[in-house]
Design a protein around this ligand. Structure first.
Ligand code: EPZ
Length: 430
């Protein structure tokens, strides 16, 4: 099992290139099969989740041609199977985006029910509510969602919960329904907008993505497109908090600063200097960070995917901070790992109270999920001594060349997979 081994204490300094947004890419790859013409997608992040999604698409018969690490051509004209096996869903929940894509294009789809995951139960009732509102029959049979429709017709839908996945999934099906669909109480994340822009580049007619109401006039066919995925604001925010926690000076390149507003606002609250450029943001952290309060909310609020990262930084800040996690019911597990490095935290329900400490001491910790794993690496980079992070397969799902990018900023971190390599690292770093 691969691990990261880290020697803490070096401030992170320099520039780091941010890749394409994983959570936009997963949905856009699903939407790409909705045309029988060839779609050319660039700025794809080369991460495990994206590679599994490409396997799922190819698995149902679509043509998938990887041009390079970050570019792919897809043609959905050769799809013969509308059934997404449990194997793919087990690896990545987001393969459920093929439900909306297949239902929209073929009026039929069978996708294994996704399970929960480490951050919560993650129901999909709003997805199914949306498909049914469009006129589809949706049944759960033997662990599978079976959706089919004589015809899909436009509807006026109000989501009970603001859901990124449901907004995107239903938007895809509605893009090829008959007539006008109005969706309210929708998610407004940048990647929702990116999927809408991508569908429109294929000839869809979607207006209002990024606002509270999305209007979709269904079309009969979608056509070819050349598209580039937006930068990943969560990858960017992760490196920004790595700068804050290690008293560094890091510039994240190829980002859309507007997407980082909530993250930038918290970094400034905590005493960092932040400079915004057209497509870059610089974070400088000199003295000890200040405590603050944060509550995760749907965009444009503070992102839940940035909660572990700010948690690590606040655990080193001067004073008492609180984090309220309003999106998922089980996203504080990393705090137990952080306590093993010296953090002082009390969790009650969906709220954590953090008494900042001067320093962490390196320890062996385990990554409970993708973003928490990245946050524990930040803790190791800020800690005294050696930290080993287990279960880094989670991190590799969503961060491309994570340890290489951290090393390029002066972080002392390596991927290891044996006791021998651990000893070698320890001898090397002294
Ligand atoms: C997406 O998950 C992201 N994943 C998550 O990122 C992210 O944390 C989340 O949005 C929130 O921003 C992808 O895009 C692949 P939701 P998603 O539906 O769509 C409840 C990462 O680290 N809900 O917006 O599953 C749900 O339980 C991952 O990259 C329902 O009740 O999130 C949660 O409490 C982790 N019924 C809330 O809504 C539903 O039908 C928000 O979930 C759907 C969701």
């Amino acid at each position: 099992m691969e691990q990261y081994i880290i020697k803490g204490g070096n401030p992170l300094v320099g520039e780091v290139e941010i890749g394409g947004a994983k959570n936009a890419a997963l949905a856009i790859l699903a939407a790409a099969i909705m045309t029988n013409e060839t779609v050319h997608i660039e700025n794809l992040p080369d991460v495990n989740d994206v590679n599994v999604m490409l396997e799922a698409i190819s698995g149902i018969g679509a043509m998938v041609q990887r041009i390079d690490r970050h570019t792919v051509k897809i043609n959905g004209g050769t799809i013969r199977d509308f059934n997404i096996e449990y194997d793919y869903i087990k690896k990545i929940r987001a393969s459920y985006y093929l439900l909306g894509a297949l239902l929209g294009k073929y009026r039929r789809a069978e996708v294994a029910l996704p399970g929960g995951c480490n951050i919560g139960s993650r129901p999909i009732d709003q997805h199914l509510k949306g498909f049914r509102a469009l006129g589809a029959d949706v049944d759960i049979e033997h662990g599978k969602i079976v959706a089919e429709a004589e015809n899909l017709r436009g509807t006026h839908l109000y989501f009970d919960v603001v859901s990124v996945g449901a907004t995107i999934n239903v938007m895809m099906a509605a893009a090829m329904a008959d007539g006008l669909t109005i969706m309210e109480n929708v998610a407004k994340e940048p990647h929702v907008v990116d999927v809408a822009n991508f569908l429109n580049s294929m000839g869809a007619n979607i207006r209002g993505a990024g606002t509270d109401v999305i209007r979709i006039r269904g079309v009969k066919t979608l056509h070819k497109s050349e598209y580039s995925i937006i930068p990943d604001q969560i990858e960017a925010g992760t490196f920004m908090f790595a700068a804050a926690a290690t008293k560094g000076d890091v510039t994240v390149m190829n980002v859309i600063p507007k997407h980082l507003d909530a993250t930038i606002s918290k970094l400034i609250d905590m005493g960092c200097e932040v400079e915004e450029f057209d497509d870059a943001v610089r974070v400088v952290s000199k003295g000890r960070l200040r405590s603050t309060q944060v509550k995760t909310l749907p965009y444009p609020g503070y992102p839940t995917d940035m909660q572990p990262q700010i948690g690590v930084a606040l655990a080193l800040a001067k004073g008492t901070s609180t984090i309220t996690e309003s999106i998922f019911e089980n996203r504080f597990k990393y705090l137990d790992e952080l306590a093993r490095m010296g953090a002082v935290i009390k969790v009650e329900g969906n709220s954590a109270t953090i008494e900042g400490v001067e320093r962490f001491s390196g320890a062996r910790v385990s990554a409970p999920d993708l973003r928490a794993g990245a946050a524990l690496c930040i803790a190791g980079l800020a800690a005294d001594g050696i930290t080993i992070v287990d279960d880094i397969v989670y991190i590799q799902r969503g961060y491309e060349r994570f340890e290489e990018k951290l090393r390029s900023l002066g972080g002392i971190i390596e991927k290891v997979s044996s006791e021998k390599e651990i000893q070698k690292f320890k001898l090397k770093v002294g």
